[in-house]
Design a protein around this ligand. Structure first.
Ligand code: OXD
Ligand code: MN
Length: 593
């Protein structure tokens, strides 16, 4: 055991020699530790206490204005063979990557404290969980990691027992975009991140470990690490189904995970439980079903748009013990963002609010909070075995063409549907917003290896003995000619989930179309909904001409993954293309001779 521990000790020593901190602090995760850290951060201005009467134990952090989102162009997957990283990742040779980033780390912690954070992704006693250690010079990172992971003594004990951990080295450096890299070495289980304090770049347990490194490990070990929320839905008959759903960043995963049933559903006995809002690790259980854990212990959610109307559960959990990053402030020191009542006095940079300068809160302003504070949080999230998944849902922001919901005909078709996902870009990553891009399974920024191999890995679950979940695709973001959303979304999305659950239970029929199974409009309950006339029919129509173009575009996109693209996916794309062409031919107007 001593020698296992000393692997960690040795690494910490090596990093300290290279980065030269003034002090080293091993995080135990205790209350006393966080209290001391917080007072230090309040003293030096890293954290601003919010109104203690309305928001006890809540703090605001204002980041460097040039450090507000993930930076995909500076994020690298460094595998020995370039091919293994795939066209979906930026690649650098591992030796070159280490040399470049190590040069930045040299002496970077002089005058700073180096924090050693042992953490566990997943319930501490879960066989599905994995541990890591993040070394950082940012106390803000420590405070966030304490909410987002199981951090401290228990994680260290597991690491000591297993001798296994992902190594993550982080420094905020100078917060200079010219001296910034987020590097992953999946073959070594190592992450090095320099020059950013933003969540996705700096809380290394989240995107770097739980998605990029874990997706690589999952492929070696036969499981799945996915960018998915996990939500439990109990129907009036008392049966709970767990659904895992993948949406690109800032497309409403947190809202769906915390959905409050519409009043008529509540009265009938529907109940929604939150297991996770961002990441899902799944593996086949002894019964052949996929069992899932949320590796995280907290939520790092997008604040703007979160309101009593869109996500009352989120609002309720944000009243105490939370960190807000880049939100605006009211005159009496409450956090504020677009979508909330009241008026901002100061914008996210602390300047008196001036609407001419844009929104008061940064569009990617975030909150960090322990998952246990969510009113819909379920103790099932702590179950070491995880929860069984009944359905997998893919979705994106698609203003046109893609119907409200459809079901894939089988797993192979489901993999194609996930692979073909597209969405408009959002403020979660630096770059243009609102541009349509392919984001297979919402993993474009997060898959730690070649997408062709990733799809092959997904297809490999289609084997005897496994009872795989049904696969669906949804689109809450379809717009009418007037540019307004056709579907109200948020809590009303339960109406669509109800159809899925009835499909899972073998109770709901469906209309077979070339793109998959769709509900008849009468199969979606719209009682109490104020939909525009004909909106539901529009939402459930299949525009064959549009889909012919879409499936061709999917084919062209997939072809870029050749020669690693699995043949089964090529055949599946051809099957759907042929089905669309046949349906078009069958419905074409007869041509007069
Ligand atoms: C996130 C993201 O922060 O996807 O979850 O960007
Ligand atoms: Mn995410």
């Amino acid at each position: 055991m001593a020698s296992k521990l000393s692997r960690l000790d040795q690494w910490v020593e090596e990093v300290a020699r290279h980065t030269q901190p003034d002090a080293i602090h091993w995080c135990d995760g205790s209350e006393a530790e966080i209290a001391a850290l917080r007072s230090r951060m309040v003293e030096d201005g890293t954290l601003l206490p919010l109104n203690p009467a309305t928001h006890p134990n809540c703090f605001l952090h204002r980041s460097h204005p040039g450090d507000v989102a993930r930076v995909e162009h500076l994020t690298f997957v460094c595998t020995r063979s370039r091919e293994d990283a795939g066209p979906n990742n930026h690649w650098m040779d591992p030796a070159e990557a280490h040399a470049r980033i190590d040069a930045l780390f040299a002496g970077c912690m002089k005058g700073r404290t180096m924090y050693v954070i042992p953490y566990c992704m997943g319930p501490i006693d879960s066989p599905l969980a994995r541990c890591g250690v993040e070394i950082t010079d940012s106390p803000y990172v420590v405070a966030n990691m304490r909410m987002m992971t199981r951090m401290g003594a228990a994680a260290l004990a597991r690491i000591e027992r297993e001798g296994q951990f992902v190594k993550g080295l982080h420094s905020i450096g100078e917060l200079d975009p010219e001296r910034r890299f987020i590097m992953h070495f999946p073959e070594e289980g190592t992450i090095k991140s320099y020059g950013s304090g933003y969540g996705g770049n700096a809380l290394l347990g989240k995107k770097c470990h739980a998605l990029r490194i874990a997706s690589w490990q999952a492929r070696q070990e036969g499981w799945l690490a996915e960018h998915m929320l996990i939500v439990g839905i109990r129907n009036p008959e008392g049966r709970t189904h767990y659904i895992a759903a993948a949406f690109p960043s800032a497309c409403g995963k947190t809202n769906l995970a915390m959905l409050i049933p519409p009043p008529a559903y509540r009265e009938k006995g529907w109940k929604v439980w939150t297991v996770g809002d961002d990441i899902c690790w799944m593996q086949p259980g002894p019964d052949g079903r996929l069992w899932a854990i949320n590796p995280e212990a907290g939520f790092f959610g997008v604040a703007p748009g979160t309101s009593a109307a869109t996500n009352p559960n989120a609002l309720a959990m944000l009243g105490h013990d939370a960190i807000f990053t880049n939100v605006a402030l009211t005159a009496d020191g409450q956090p504020w963002w677009e979508g909330l009542d009241g008026v901002p006095a100061f914008d996210w940079q602390g300047r008196p609010f001036d609407p001419a300068r844009g929104p008061a809160a940064h569009p990617n302003a975030r909150f960090t909070v322990s998952a246990r504070q969510c009113p819909s949080w379920t103790p099932a999230a702590e179950d070491p075995q995880g929860v069984p998944i009944s359905a997998i849902v893919f979705g994106g922001r698609r203003p046109s063409l893609v119907p409200l919901v459809f079901e894939a005909r089988d797993w192979r078709h489901g993999v194609l549907v996930g692979a073909a996902m597209g969405s408009e870009t959002t403020a979660a990553a630096a770059g243009a917003v609102g541009v349509m891009r392919r984001d297979p399974m919402a993993m474009k920024p997060f898959c730690g290896y070649h997408f062709g191999d990733y799809f092959a890995h997904w297809l490999s679950f289609d084997r005897p003995g496994l009872k795989l979940p049904r696969v669906f695709h949804v689109n809450w973001f379809r717009k009418g000619e007037d540019g307004r959303f056709l579907w109200p979304g948020f809590g009303e999305n339960l109406r669509v989930l109800e159809w899925m659950i009835r499909r899972v239970e073998g109770e709901a029929g469906a209309r077979e179309t070339p793109i998959g199974y769709l509900p008849e409009p009468s199969a979606i309950c719209v009682d109490g909904l104020d939909l525009a006339p004909g909106a539901l029919e529009r939402l459930l129509e299949v525009d064959l001409a549009g889909w012919a173009d879409e499936i061709e575009a999917t084919g062209a996109f997939l072809a870029e993954l050749s020669p690693r693209l699995p043949g089964a996916l090529v055949e599946e794309q051809a099957r759907v293309a042929a089905a669309i062409a046949a349906a078009r031919a069958a419905t074409a107007e007869p041509v007069d001779a």
